[in-house]
Design a binder for this molecule. Structure first.
Ligand code: GLN
Length: 483
């Protein structure tokens, strides 16, 4: 049963081939058996899952239907879940039980999804390797000596290892698409404002966006359908109708204009990945797409701009964790300053502290104009590049990452080397655009992703292109040995 996709599960439940309770029990057993190798879960919510599964079965018995009714999922551990630990991968929130459900959690629960647990992640979603978690590194099921990507590495590893069919993730600079690429999944970062951020613990508020991670585009469509929509509780939520994402999956790609930016094929890109990207371009051409070379001239400035803006916002968002209002409190504080210093010093890991320092510096008097304001101007130039490109093409295609998954620990002493892995993903966050990563082949037995970007609110187009590609390729069906 663990090989089933969300779409197949929906059919199996509708045809009464199995119940949600049976499916949930078998996946919980699989998690207990296999997750010790991967460390992809921070909390497994067995009791809640069985309760939700029984409730879903009862709703079906009463004549209700729906693609998510009885479907097992998990949430990245930064979505607040009422009464359940929501740690954000940090010692700071190790004992935090959220008093309410995030909008995404509540929406999926009301659609009947069954929550198996909360997945491991980089601390406060800062990272590209899932090594900065207080709960330990996550392993890549394709090779247990390699990272699964981050920061939604727990969701990625769990879905790739067939512990469950799909999970939520969040993407501030690539944290859905990059781990999806490194573990052979399909992952979608929606347009900024498409999915509510209410109840998502903030990293960089102007960039954060929740989205689906699954093995197929078809499943991402199902999960996104349950997550998307206007939410009055999120002031940046956008009141746009949510289309039927599954309905457009089979649209023809005849005449689709695909832009391939020439800047993507620079020295930093592994030539074997470049080769696979060219192969995926040819695949789309066979399906009727028209390929065009385009240019994104300001792309080279994206990493420096992001690594000013994201830490700046993080330094402000994380100031609430002071041991008084929120978060871990140190033992025996001598006075107020000692309490702040030690609570934050002991509660936050090294990468989070580094980002808070960078962000506070970039926002401080005298440096604000030179760094933060400059980065915001670059952000606008990057957005303008995309607007120009989308006058000529319908989607943009390229690699998701410059390299396949690296070895655990390989970039630990060099944070900038890890930041450079975000080169293809962060521009979509800076511009607020939707992006999708899908499996495109293997290098040294490790998965490679191809990224598609589309204009605002064109998630349906991304899912359509990915689904058509997946009907004609079989990379996404490959299973890691041992899982
Ligand atoms: N790797 C990027 C960072 O560390 C992106 C993380 C994310 O998208 N949450 O900031």
């Amino acid at each position: 049963m663990h090989q089933l996709t969300l779409a197949e599960i929906a059919r199996g439940l509708a045809d009464k081939q199995f119940s949600s309770e049976e499916l949930t029990k078998s996946l919980l057993a699989r998690i207990a058996q296999l997750d010790p190798q991967l460390n992809s879960f921070i909390s497994v919510t067995e009791d809640l899952a069985l309760e939700q599964a029984k409730a879903a079965d009862a709703r079906r018995a009463n004549g209700e239907s729906g693609a998510l009714l009885g479907a097992p999922i998990a949430h990245k551990d930064l979505f607040c879940t009422q009464g359940i630990r929501t740690s954000c991968g940090s010692k700071m929130l190790d004992n935090f039980k959220a008093p309410y459900d995030a909008t995404v959690v509540a929406k999926l629960a009301s659609a009947g999804a069954v929550t198996l647990g909360k997945t491991n992640m980089d601390e406060f979603a800062m990272g590209s390797a899932n090594e900065s978690s207080y709960y330990g590194a996550v392993k890549n099921p394709w090779n247990l000596e390699h990272v699964p990507g981050g920061s939604s590495g727990g969701s990625a590893a769990a879905v790739a290892a067939r512990l469950l069919p799909a999970a939520t993730g969040t993407d501030t600079g690539g944290s859905i698409r990059q781990p999806a690429a490194l573990t052979n999944l399909t992952g979608l970062k929606p347009t900024y404002g498409r999915v509510s951020r209410w109840g998502m613990i903030a990293y960089a508020s102007s960039l954060d966006q929740g989205g689906p991670m699954a093995r197929t585009a078809e499943d991402c469509a199902i999960l996104l359908q349950g997550m998307a929509g206007f939410d009055a509780n999120d002031s940046t939520s956008i009141d746009e109708p949510v289309p039927d994402y599954s309905a457009s999956l089979n649209d023809s790609l005849q005449g689709l204009r695909v832009g391939v930016p020439k800047e993507y094929f620079s020295a930093g890109l592994d030539p074997r990945i470049a080769e696979l990207i060219h192969t995926s371009v040819k695949e789309l051409e066979k399906l009727g797409a028209v390929i065009k070379e385009i240019s994104l001239p300001n792309m080279q400035h994206a990493i420096p701009a992001y690594y000013v803006i994201a830490p700046a916002e993080a330094s402000s968002n994380l100031s609430r964790f002071d041991g008084v209002r929120f978060g871990y409190r140190c033992e025996d504080p001598k006075n107020l300053i000692d309490l702040y210093k030690r609570s934050r010093g002991e509660g936050f890991g090294a990468e989070v502290q580094r980002r808070i320092m960078v962000g506070a510096y970039a926002l401080s008097a005298g440096y604000y104009d030179a760094y933060y304001l400059k980065a915001q101007k670059i952000r606008r130039l990057i957005k303008n590049d995309f607007m120009t490109a989308f006058n000529e093409v319908d989607i943009i295609l390229g690699p998701t990452t410059p390299n396949p998954a690296w070895k655990l620990g390989a970039k630990n002493s060099d944070p900038v080397a890890a930041y450079l892995e975000d080169v293809y993903t962060i521009t979509a966050n800076l511009a607020g655009l939707p992006g999708l990563s899908m499996p495109a082949g293997f290098v040294d037995g490790l998965p490679v992703g191809v990224q598609l970007l589309a204009p605002y609110f064109q998630e349906g187009r991304l899912l359509n292109v990915a689904h058509q590609y997946q009907l004609n390729t079989d990379w996404h069906t490959r299973t890691p040995t041992g899982f």
